[in-house]
Ligand binder design. Structure first.
Ligand SMILES: *[C@@H]1O[C@H](CO)[C@@H](O)[C@H](O)[C@H]1NC(C)=O
Ligand SMILES: *[C@@H]1O[C@H](CO)[C@@H](O)[C@H](O)[C@H]1NC(C)=O
Ligand SMILES: *[C@@H]1O[C@H](CO)[C@@H](O)[C@H](O)[C@H]1NC(C)=O
Length: 348
């Protein structure tokens, strides 16, 4: 066999392998060929992953025509200003659309461009110039990432019908109290995580669905928490309120006595007292407040003298406690240690 022949044979084998892989992905050969041939010249379409189109980091000013059989489209890190309905006309099978770090404004989102993508599950539009949550959105959406835009408006009803949406990231925008309400959030029936950090909220957001498990509100101007706020959030487990303006007068003594809470972060506020620590809480961040003292009698969720040597369900679960950046003088009182028997780490 000549060298040329062996090269040819090798290529033939490659092609056969490729077709095998493509068939493995359940993509008919005609679709595969159409997809590869329609690959925009600005983009990369890996033959062994034919449903993905990579057009990221190309200084693109506009979206090229996206081929029909694309499921995963990467357009991040460009200079795109318009989410063009024409360029995306055939891309109705998209599952995953990454538009992070572009220059798309709300005016640049052409009418109906997203609603035709009836399989779209992940929409990433972090670091753009949006002033409003894009609308209408497809009902298939599961993750919607809109961090660091200029969003000051959630159109009424924009989430209605979005029963699969479980992650909504709106951090680093310009939302105020009146923008986050029962009306604007209506429809988020399966939301698990909502990130509203670094907005302009001065109260706890209203209308969060009872499915909410992770609530991130760091870096707002929140001063107080209504006494029964968490009654409507029976699943909340991760709660971050770092860098707000919470003083102890704004934090009712029992407000965090919610059995679902595992991780509570209240760093960089103006608390002067340790709030009641629920029995199930595992991580508590209270650093950089104005707390002067801590005593077991005040913070232990059960009577300290009933915590005996037998470790059973009633023992408070706290494992990690940060109290540094306060005015507490060591040592840590003995009754605190006696109360939180599972404590592994305490920073003071
Ligand atoms: C859409 O697909 C049709 C048929 O394959 C093709 O003729 C047309 O140019 C495509 N349009 C865009 C915008 O990609
Ligand atoms: C905290 O909640 C538990 C269970 O809901 C309740 O039994 C307990 O009395 C509450 N503690 C305080 C101090 O309110
Ligand atoms: C569990 O511990 C608590 C407090 O330490 C105690 O009052 C209770 O009797 C114990 N229960 C069991 C079943 O050991």
């Amino acid at each position: 066999m000549t060298r040329l022949d062996s090269t040819r044979l090798f290529c033939l084998l490659c092609t056969l392998c490729l077709v095998g892989q493509v068939l493995g992905q359940d993509m008919p050969y005609e679709e595969y060929m159409a997809q590869i041939q329609a690959c925009p010249k600005e983009c990369r379409c890996p033959p062994n992953f034919p449903r993905a189109v990579y057009c990221d980091n190309k200084a693109l000013k506009s979206i090229p025509k996206i081929p029909t059989h694309t499921w995963y489209l990467y357009l991040q890190n460009n200079l795109i200003e318009v989410l063009s309905a024409d360029a995306l006309r055939n891309a109705t099978q998209l599952r995953w659309l990454n538009l992070n770090r572009n220059k798309i404004s709300s005016e640049g989102v052409e009418e109906g461009v997203l609603s035709t993508m009836s399989h779209l599950a992940h929409l990433y539009m972090d670091d753009n110039l949006l002033s409003s949550v894009p609308s209408p959105l497809p009902a298939s959406l599961e993750h919607l990432l809109l961090s660091r835009n200029r969003i000051s408006k959630i159109p009424a009803g924009v989430f209605i019908g979005l029963d699969k949406l479980n992650l909504l990231d709106l951090q680093g925008n310009k939302l105020m109290d009146e923008d986050v309400t029962e009306v604007s959030l209506k429809g988020l029936n399966n939301l698990v995580q909502i990130n509203l950090a670094k907005n302009q909220l001065s109260s706890m957001p209203l209308g969060l669905p009872p499915t909410t498990t992770q609530l991130f509100l760091d870096g707002n101007n929140i001063e107080k928490i209504p006494a029964s706020y968490f009654k409507s959030l029976p699943k909340v487990a991760f709660l971050r309120l770092n860098h707000n303006k919470l003083g102890s007068s704004g934090v009712p003594k029992n407000v965090f006595n919610v059995s679902s809470i595992l991780d509570l972060q209240l760093s960089h506020n103006q608390l002067t007292e340790v709030p009641l620590i629920p029995s199930g809480l595992e991580h508590l961040h209270l650093d950089h407040n104005n707390i002067k003292s801590v005593s077991g009698a005040n913070v232990c969720p059960v009577a300290v003298d009933t915590v005996d040597d037998s470790i059973n369900e009633s023992v408070p679960r706290l494992r990690y406690l940060r109290l540094d950046g306060n005015e507490i003088k060591p040592p840590i009182p003995r009754d605190v240690i006696l109360c939180f028997r599972l404590l592994r780490s305490i920073v003071i």
